[in-house]
Design a protein around this ligand. Sequence first.
Ligand code: URA
Length: 225
Amino acid sequence: MSSDTDHSPHTRATELAALAERAASCTQCELAATRTTVVFGAGDADASVVIVGEGPGKNEDEQGLPFVGRSGALLDRLLGEIRLARDDVYIANVVKCRPPSNRDPRPAEIDACKPYLRQQLVLIDPVVVVTLGNFSSKLLLTTDIGITKLRGQAYPWWGRHLVPTFHPAAALRGSARVLEAMREDFTCIRRILDDTESNKMRGTEPRSSNDRETEQADPEQLDLF
Ligand code: URA
């Protein structure tokens, strides 16, 4: 997923900010007509973990930030349990504008918004991508298999790792089993980060992002998902 392009932390942040500015006036789908704010994403442009939700809800639409409601509070708690703060990660969504009445995003809306998410992932180039719920998991893994079956393992993803898990809203609605499953999946994220770190210390990590298995291809040209 990495490229030869200079994606130093400074450049990443600058390029993400430019992309966010473009998204702020996006009218590529009909969600533009009913949104209050485009919720582009938030967090560390140099993060090792990118979390991808579904789409903004009412609170997010009002505040312009992802996961600020009850789901966000649970997400923060789960991150804290693996020693990560919200500022350590980057949080994005499949669609950047709120679907009215919190309906599911439609295929045309997801398609229209895909280039933003793709570019966010290319720029940040994280070690782990975490997909929350069906929409982001199916989109990034290009599958119709549901999250209940998908979760519980990490998938190789463009020379990176993808960990699908339930959406926090499902844990808030559902049984303790859903929350327990999410905890297992978050433990898997921590393990991948720790393994990556110790491989780096031992010098067995790829020397640079250009050494990774996708180095031959320019990711900006690839159909990542
Ligand atoms: N649910 C999402 O999927 N994303 C948000 O930003 C908030 C709630």
